[in-house]
Ligand binder design. Sequence first.
Ligand SMILES: Cc1ncc(COP(=O)(O)O)c(C=O)c1O
Length: 411
Amino acid sequence: MEAFELFERHVNPGLAGLLRFTGLDVVEDHAEGVYVWDKQGRRYLDFLGLYGTLSLGHRHPAVVEAVKRQLDKMPMSVRVMISEPTAKLAAKLAEVTPGGLSMSFFGNSGAEAVEAALKLARIHTGKPEIITTSKAFHGKTIGALSLTPKAEYQDPVRPLMPGVKVVPYGDAGAVEQAIGAQTAALIVEPVQGEGGVNVPPQGYLRDLRRITAERGVLLIFDEVQTGMGRTGRLWAADWEGVAPDLMTSAKALGGGVMPIGAAIGRAELFEPFKDNPLIHSSTFGGNPLAAAAALAAIEVTISEDIPARAAEMGAYLMGRLSHLAAEYPEMISDIRGIGLLIGIEFSDADIGAIVISELAARGVLTAFGLNNAKVVRLEPPLIITEEHVDEAVTALEESLSATREMLQGVL
Ligand SMILES: Cc1ncc(COP(=O)(O)O)c(C=O)c1O
């Protein structure tokens, strides 16, 4: 049996059905840079980049080399000795994250980074409540899911973690009102990814910093999707020069080669580890292979000024997209974003789905936001060139035109 049918039968029939609908009932084979090839040898331009993970593209040579070197030496830590790449990665993160974040806890994913931040916040404050924002996406483990207010994901597994308050995203005043005597922390994405690429009003992050500091509440920035250059700065928080108390990173932190997640925070938040070193732990978190990948990824991101590339290519892509909303007003309601985190909002999720499948038919990969099915997001590797942008925009123009033709008389 072919891999696609095996997946459909043994892993996730619903997802296989969705992929069939988009014409992607294919099996991936290999990838390089901004391209992926399927088993039939067909090439695809990757404008999704594993939801913001592939900032350096597929198989960046410096990251692959660092991982190979570590693989030949010692891929797994024995955990009762100190792993050099893990310790060096924590030191590097202390150097490159916003002021005062000097300690790291490592997991293997974004959700694990969020879980760690949640636990550290509760332990430090001795308070149970967390404030989250509408349309937020923080992951799907029970703790992280409790902060991800989407009924479709939450309702089937209730009861969730108690003590979560949801406030509208982008409204600092609502946070001020929601803070109570039992509030431990506010968790927020500096720009929402899965919620449909929502860029908050300027000054929002600074206001949140001021309000949480005044009220003695911890501020957690979830930079799992926005970090490592995606928005045009190394961290999206850098746009407003704001340092949170805790920050989460994952996705692109592993250089597109290894999975890793990190909760990075102020030293006092990590005090509980002094008396209780195993108060939170993970067998695989920050393992030598993943840490080697992350160290190489940070080195490449900074030495090649990848954030500046994201800003430059993002401006070019936005410029090329800007006329589309005017040309297809019956289908596109908005185009928005920052750096190379860009969303195209359709008037209807079904129209977006047709455009995604038309793009796939033209060899361009994109997807919906997990918390907003009306928005198709473009998150290409940050190493793209103008030629790649032109290739994607041409395919998009053809896809929109084909969709309009298909829907003639319906809209
Ligand atoms: C902002 C944010 N936080 C957390 C997560 C969860 O990350 P993971 O899927 O690695 O658990 C995501 C995933 O999309 C995310 O975008």
